[in-house]
Design a protein. Structure first.
Length: 216
């Protein structure tokens, strides 16, 4: 099987390849292409990506299961899922610049922390947070490495919580997640677990950039 597209296109076939021996190739041609980034597939050179497929390199990866959907990259809930909604509604520009614009627009608006309750391998925590992201891989939104350090084949989920931060500070540190250096901020919190139950009233979760369900 060969998938030509972005994270959303791949998301649409995960049900058919999960828990099977089916081998598929990925040619990144979408907006974010974060699965390809996690797999070191060139995202700006189609010929190089095709060469990876033709060379027959095979790698087994993990998938996260979010209710009735498999997710390869990140499940977003909070400010990050609102960014997904904005970006998906935009028709211009193409590529990850769409996410950059959606982030800046969101930051300019008054954004209240979201109430969330998370069960992390059975341990319950309560937070008023800007976002809670569950990463099978490290990035979403075209290279936004919100779950920096997450590995797509380590059998673990990286749960990242960004605790409340002022609008001014947010705008100052905005470039850091693209470099993965935001992990040193005091508002950054990470847990590595195998199972997560997340409740965040009024928030719609996104996985692989696709709308999932409300976080109950």
């Amino acid at each position: 099987m060969l998938v030509v597209g972005g994270d959303g296109a791949l998301h649409g076939v995960l049900d058919h390849v999960a828990d099977t021996d089916l081998v598929f190739g990925l040619i990144p041609a979408g907006t974010g292409n974060d699965t390809a980034r996690s797999l070191d597939i060139p995202v700006k050179d189609v010929d190089a990506a095709v060469e990876v497929v033709l060379a027959g390199h095979v790698r087994t990866i993990d998938l996260a299961r979010a209710d009735n959907a498999y997710v390869a990259t990140v499940v977003a809930s909070g400010f990050d899922s609102k960014v997904n909604e904005r970006a998906n509604a935009m028709t211009w520009p193409r590529g990850n610049m769409r996410y950059n614009i959606a982030i800046v627009k969101g930051a300019r608006q008054r954004s209240h922390p979201c109430r969330s309750t998370s069960s992390l391998d059975g341990v319950t925590i309560h937070r008023e947070a800007m976002l809670v992201a569950v990463g099978n891989g490290p990035s979403f939104g075209g290279g936004l490495r919100i779950c920096e350090g997450a590995k797509i084949d380590d059998g673990l989920l990286d749960v990242v919580i960004i605790n409340p931060v002022s609008k001014g500070k947010f705008l100052r540190v905005f470039p850091q997640p693209y470099r993965g250096t935001h992990t040193t901020l005091p508002e950054f919190e990470r847990h590595r677990v195998r199972e997560v139950t997340l409740s965040s009233p009024g928030i719609v979760a996104y996985g692989d950039g696709e709308r999932l369900e409300r976080c109950r």
